[in-house]
Design a protein. Structure first.
Length: 421
């Protein structure tokens, strides 16, 4: 009889802190890069070019990054490699803000991030199993949101009172406790499989990418992701540019609040999202989170006071909490027992990148030619289409409770512990 290895509380606490510090590190590669490069006399066109290199690198790396994590037996090793690559990227930015090092940093960071995200999801899956994955992903999202908010404040202070360069030294420094937290987690490839889980030999016979792409659930959720980000990605930038154009010294405070407030909502709601998705199913929670998109876009179209940006942005926290938990959770439903969990996360990440890229391009074009209000209505329409697709076509991916069917007449499969390969 196979005995399940007990996952220590230390590993789960270390996973909390790993998510916290990884979010700290990733925050350094957000808006701070543009400000830093501008302080070194880069033009907006040059900044846009290197940021586009980073975006393209991340999109191209989504599927290979997920496949690489699938292929590696030691998921902790994959996460450690990715964190080290991000440290290198931050140091390259800090030491030499010239074209080649900055482009190299963006490329390293893009690929490393695309390995780190599925690696963290795979570690979580291996530690807690399918049955408890929703709750664990909600907890991951809570700690990541707290980490993002704390890092944004710290980096703002370092950039203001020291120098923009200090932000990237701080980013590299914050990666050290992330590596320490990772070292405290039990090796996931040593966790013994429960009897109902696939054997290692079965797991080696992974589905091919072509077979995975035949799964209707994967294709439909990928389409939902494209529409979600098509609606969401450009929304805050468009709103901030419109209503803060005539403001004085409080612009940066308003923008900072628009970033921090949704993170607080994500931290509060993510555990509830994970638990509710396990209790009620995925579709009701997806409908709740996606429905906030068109409402938010319509509110942005109608407000004129910059101080109303912050309360409207609370809806972004709801959407982000749902999306952040549901993406890896639905990936586990679709591909967790097929040896392609991390590849599936990569495919969903690629869909998100496509939607975000189309969003910023299309919203800017429409705003320039037809006005911001029309652009917001278009973003609202994309969000409404996402809601409609979830409601009309997206099947429920959660396994039915024990003893029931799964909705397709097939037997219910067990939620094995180490199926995340």
């Amino acid at each position: 009889m196979t005995v399940r290895t007990v996952v220590t509380a230390r590993s789960l606490r270390a996973l909390d802190w790993l998510n916290f510090f990884v979010a700290n590190v990733q925050t350094g590669f957000g808006p701070f890069i543009a400000s830093y490069l501008a302080s070194h006399k880069w033009t907006q066109g040059e900044i846009g070019m290197v940021l586009s290199v980073g975006t393209i690198s991340a999109m191209v790396s989504q599927v290979p990054g997920g496949a690489a994590v699938d292929a590696l037996r030691n998921k902790k090793g994959a996460a450690a490699w990715a964190i080290v690559a991000i440290i290198l990227s931050a140091l390259l930015l800090a030491v030499s803000p010239t074209v080649l090092p900055v482009i190299a940093a963006e490329v390293f960071h893009g690929f490393a991030s695309c390995m780190l995200t599925p690696a963290l999801a795979a570690i979580s899956f291996a530690l807690v199993g399918r049955a408890n994955l929703g709750d664990r992903l909600g907890r991951n999202a809570r700690w990541a949101s707290i980490g993002s908010a704390v890092a944004a404040g710290l980096m703002g202070l370092f950039g203001e009172y020291y120098s923009p360069r200090a932000v990237f030294f701080l980013t590299a420094g914050l990666a050290v406790p992330a590596l320490f937290a990772l070292s405290m987690i039990q090796r996931t490839d040593t966790i013994e499989l429960p009897k109902a889980a696939p054997t290692p030999e079965q797991l080696e016979r992974r589905e091919s990418l072509r077979e995975l792409l035949r799964d209707r659930r994967l294709l439909l959720f990928a389409a939902c992701i494209v529409l979600f980000h098509l609606s969401n990605a450009a929304m805050l930038n468009l709103a901030a540019g419109e209503v803060t154009a005539g403001m004085g010294d409080n612009v940066q405070l308003v923008i900072a609040a628009c970033i921090i407030v949704p993170q607080a909502i994500v931290a509060m709601m993510s555990p509830w999202v994970g638990r509710s998705a396990e209790r009620w199913g995925r579709r009701p929670i997806l409908l709740l989170g996606f429905s906030a998109l068109p409402i938010r876009a319509l509110l942005f179209a109608g407000i004129s006071s910059p101080y109303l940006l912050v309360p409207v942005q609370m809806l972004d926290g709801l959407s982000a909490a749902v999306f952040g938990v549901m993406l890896p959770l639905i990936a586990a439903d679709v591909a967790g027992d097929k040896g392609r969990y991390n590849l599936c996360i990569g495919l969903f990440g690629l869909a998100a990148g496509i939607g975000a890229t189309l969003s910023t391009t299309a919203a800017g074009f429409v705003a320039d030619h037809f006005g911001n209000a029309v652009s917001f209505f278009c973003l609202a329409a994309a969000g409404a289409l996402a809601v409609l697709l979830v409601w009309a076509a997206m099947p429920e991916t959660r396994d039915a409770p024990a003893g029931d069917g799964n909705g397709d007449g097939a037997p219910v499969t067990g939620g094995g512990k180490s199926t995340a390969r």
